[in-house]
Design a protein around this ligand. Structure first.
Ligand code: ACO
Length: 381
């Protein structure tokens, strides 16, 4: 039995949604560099990932209308969010539980026909930014803000977060970040969603599972830790070199660096680095950009490590005034489009994902029944 730890290099399915070809990331055949250069709207990318083609003007307008209708969240969900504002709960756990609750309150959550699945997908995609923004405000003692149907997902999210309509630069940055995170081959959270979908479970369960997977620091959770690290270095007790050397000597992973697939460059990084540079200059927060560049240079020279998507996105979100413990939620708010596309594709493939493991524990042990009377007596004593 050959073991592929971490499924490294294992191909488990075919997909038409996204691919990594010669260090380029393609969405349904379109290079993300071209999509970003054309400033494609995130809504169009969602359509592309679900239908594997660019929509017509009318199709995009109808699609946006379907999303707009579903953006609001109920008072019950707001009440549940309020209950979850206690301090020691991570916002990703709040998102996971709240997405699960959307399924509880959807009377058609168990329906799996095409129309119901489309409605569930639109609801999940449309409500996620509203849930995140509402939670961000509630935990500061502020009332949630209703989404505006005429705004894009990127603009609406920033508006619901702050109560002020963002300017064009902020909208472009947020939109590009959403586009760049929308899908990425068979990453851990997408695989989780596909495993769940392969059992023919419902869409809400698949997305809940995927959020749990994205939360971890080796995956989407890295962006929050990147900002923790930059903050620690910025506090100034150690130089960049001393700080990173100590980390590497302790054999700790530097968050936002390294990638299972990319070994020379993550194609999303250059776009996020450019955004980080522009936004940090505009917001007088350049120290985070310069510090990030220093960290990047040192780790490249010292260990050949390259930044991944999570590294510069931390500075981008910080410059958009977003709290660092919400960074991974923004990742989820974008990646949900890819997850939904993959869930549908997996269901069409109709094949249970069920690998094997190699057992290495003891075998053929002889069993003697536990003396429960003696045990409970012991407990009482
Ligand atoms: N910091 C320090 N060393 C690293 C890092 C890092 N971030 N990443 C890889 N390395 C080293 C490993 O220690 C290993 O060194 P060795 O050969 O001397 O033992 C070598 O590079 C190869 O690393 P692997 O762990 O084999 O690479 P793998 O493909 O398994 O891991 C992973 C990829 C998990 C992303 C890893 O690079 C990591 O933990 N990075 C930090 C967390 C992170 O940023 N995650 C986000 C990834 S992108 C995303 O999910 C959206």
């Amino acid at each position: 039995m050959e073991i592929h730890k971490g499924l490294d290099g294992v191909v488990v399915s075919e997909t038409k949604i996204s691919s990594i070809v010669e260090n380029q990331l393609l969405f349904a055949g379109f290079n993300i560099d071209d999509l970003v250069a054309e400033n494609v709207q995130y809504e169009e990318v969602i359509y592309l990932l679900w239908y594997l083609r660019i929509p017509t003007n009318q199709e995009l307008a109808d699609f946006k209308q379907d999303l707009a209708v579903q953006m609001s969240i109920s008072e019950t969900i707001v009440t549940c969010l309020k209950i979850q504002t206690r301090q020691n709960l991570h916002p990703m756990s709040v998102l996971r539980s709240t997405i699960s609750l959307l399924g509880v309150f959807d009377p058609n959550a168990e329906e799996t026909d095409l129309i119901s699945t489309y409605k569930q997908s639109i609801a999940l995609q449309a409500k996620m930014p509203t849930i995140i923004a509402a939670y961000a405000r509630l935990r500061k003692g502020l009332d949630p803000i209703e989404p505006k149907a005429e705004l894009s997902i990127a603009a609406n999210f920033l508006y619901m977060l702050t109560g002020t309509e963002p300017d064009e630069i902020q909208i472009t940055a947020m939109n590009q970040a959403l586009v760049l995170h929308a899908d990425h081959d068979l990453n851990a959270s997408t695989f989780t969603a596909r495993v769940c979908a392969s059992t023919l479970s419902d869409v809400y369960s698949c997305i809940t599972a995927a959020i749990g997977s994205l939360k971890g620091p080796l995956h989407g959770g890295a962006n929050e830790r990147v900002f923790d690290m930059l903050t620690e270095i910025n506090a100034g007790n150690l130089s960049v070199e001393e700080y990173l050397n100590q980390k590497l000597d302790r054999k700790e992973k530097v968050m936002g660096f390294g990638h299972r697939v990319y070994k020379t460059e993550d194609p999303r990084k250059k776009h996020l680095k450019k955004l980080a540079k522009e936004l940090s200059a505009l917001t007088q927060k350049e120290q985070w950009y310069f510090l990030s560049c220093q960290v990047e240079r040192y780790l490249k020279d010292k260990k050949g490590l390259i930044p991944n998507v999570d590294f510069y996105s931390a500075t981008v979100y910080h410059c958009l005034d977003i709290d660092s413990d919400l960074f991974t939620l923004i990742f989820a708010m974008s990646r949900v489009s890819g997850w939904l596309g993959h869930i549908h594709e997996q269901k069409e493939e109709d094949c249970l994902i069920r690998p094997r493991s190699h057992y290495v524990g003891p075998k053929h042990l002889s069993y003697s029944k536990i003396d429960t009377e003696l045990q409970s007596g012991g407990m009482e004593a």
